[in-house]
Design a protein around this ligand. Structure first.
Ligand code: GLN
Length: 312
């Protein structure tokens, strides 16, 4: 028999399947054929339970949800101070692909927008070389608790059409924010966006962030607490781009969305939530993902202010 959480998620899933607003991402031609009706909701607790409904085992590309994880790896590799010199921690209030660079220095506003994410990718040990991307995918895999792979087809398509991201990488190189050749860095970034995940993977990745950086399924420590604190702070203020303020007020959890239709949210100390549904709103976030998170947060009292009170 279903547990109360499982049957709650099942009812919500059925209800929100009727929500038909938004359109799948059009910026990467190979992503155009995606079925807009694919829909999954997963919730993973810090003690290792995973509740899943819908297409929770279907793979899709992680896209911008990769950004907080790469940022975490850069912070672990170089330390907070060195990374801060290259990428700021201020919300830009702009769209994800905006050229939000500080006048004069060229320092990107934060690591959740593309300019800051490209910079974070450039800071990984081995970036643009043989080991950089392998380290990135191993890091994501430790979060998910299984070996992840790349969609070669979507990587090729994004690399072929990634004019704006390449231009951003070159601009960052001209300011010496990126210090190495920019093209191999952009390739690593395109590859990291093309890593295949399931909704279940995203919920476990979120639960690992909720669990002080230790994967609740494998017991492996993936991030230390100082880095984890930083990553969640930047997700809270910048993870939903130009919708971050409304999101934090309403849903009350650090979160990250991606144009593949995935979205994850983290309630520290308690759980990770993930939704997959390709049609996007004007901010580039999953329509059903935002609505499901809103509903779950309200119904279960997951806004961080409320959760802190009920947790006492
Ligand atoms: N690969 C996409 C890009 O860089 C990711 C954008 C996103 O998910 N918001 O444009």
């Amino acid at each position: 028999m279903d547990s109360p959480i499982q049957s709650y998620l099942r009812t919500l899933h059925t209800e929100l399947a009727g929500l038909k607003d938004g359109k799948p991402f059009g910026g990467i031609p190979a992503m155009a054929g995606v079925d807009p009706d694919r829909f999954a909701i997963c919730l993973a607790t810090v003690d290792g339970y995973v509740y899943e409904v819908g297409d929770s085992g279907e793979e899709f590309t992680i896209q911008s949800i990769s950004k907080p994880f790469t940022y975490g790896l850069a912070l672990s590799d170089l330390g907070l101070e060195a990374v801060d010199r290259k990428v700021d921690v201020e919300p830009s209030g702009n769209a994800f692909n905006e050229i939000s660079l500080a006048p004069g220095t060229g320092r990107p506003a934060n690591a959740m927008i593309n300019a800051g994410a490209l910079t974070a990718t450039s800071l990984i040990k081995g970036s643009g070389g043989k080991t950089g991307f392998r380290r990135i995918v191993e890091h994501y895999s430790a979060f998910a608790g299984r070996d992840l792979s790349v969609s070669e087809r979507i990587y090729q398509s994004e690399a072929r059409h990634g004019y704006r991201n390449r231009a951003l990488a070159h601009l960052l190189r001209s300011f010496e924010i990126i210090e190495q050749e920019p093209d191999p860095v952009a390739e690593d970034y395109f590859r990291q966006c093309s890593v295949l995940v399931t909704c279940r993977d995203l919920s476990v990745m979120a639960a690992t962030l909720a669990n002080g950086g230790t994967n609740p399924l494998t017991g492996k420590q993936v991030l230390d607490l100082e880095v984890e604190e930083r990553v969640l702070s930047v997700m809270a203020t910048c993870g939903m781009y130009d919708d971050a303020g409304a999101w934090l007020s309403d849903v009350g959890m650090p979160a990250k969305s991606g144009v593949g239709g995935g979205l994850l949210a983290v309630l520290p100390g308690q759980l990770g939530l993930a939704v997959y549904s390709p049609p996007l709103n004007d901010h580039g976030s999953s329509v059903r993902g935002v609505e499901a998170s809103r509903r779950i947060s309200h119904d279960m009292g997951l806004h961080f202010v409320r959760a802190a009170r009920t947790g006492r």
